[in-house]
Design a protein around this ligand. Structure first.
Ligand SMILES: [Zn+2]
Ligand SMILES: [Zn+2]
Length: 153
């Protein structure tokens, strides 16, 4: 089964991310920018701009994104489980068992909204075609998303 979940980008095409090590949030540009060279390497791992630690490209979901994704999976799966269980109980001809199965479905998390201007866009000197957005109150050196090289703002 495939479940497609669209996470919102901000007005500049940035997706909110969360460091799997320290839980700080930043954003990366989703998909290549116009400046990206045609031979830009296909990256499987990214470096956290704050702590410089590396993680696979599927390790960066924010808590809110995880919640939305899990809710979407439950939404998708529970009707199937209900009908499976329902069939199991009602399809026995002449059986004495009558029951109904239903799942309490909670309202689910509110849809994600991605503001445009809550973070500052920066680009590393080494991989400037992969811009990021970081917390505006962050004053320490940052790390390049692609290679981890530190750079000062
Ligand atoms: Zn980090
Ligand atoms: Zn770099």
């Amino acid at each position: 089964m495939e479940i497609e979940i669209e996470l919102p980008l901000d007005g500049h095409g940035f997706l909110r991310r969360q460091c799997p090590h320290r839980e700080r949030e930043f954003k990366w540009h989703e998909g290549p920018t116009e400046e990206a060279p045609a031979d830009a390497p296909n990256v499987q791992e990214y470096y956290c701009p704050y702590c410089g630690q590396v993680a696979g490209d599927d390790q960066w979901f924010t808590d809110d994104q995880v919640e939305v994704i899990q809710a979407a999976v439950v939404d998708e799966v529970s009707p199937q489980i209900e009908s499976m269980l329902g069939d199991a109980f009602t399809s026995k001809p002449g059986g004495l068992i009558q029951t109904s199965v239903s799942f309490e479905r909670t309202a689910g998390p509110a849809p994600l909204v991605e503001p445009d201007d809550d973070m500052v866009a920066v680009a590393s000197p080494c991989h400037g075609y992969e811009p990021i957005k970081v917390a505006s109150q962050w004053n320490d050196p940052l790390h390049c998303l692609i290679c981890g090289s530190p750079f000062a703002l």
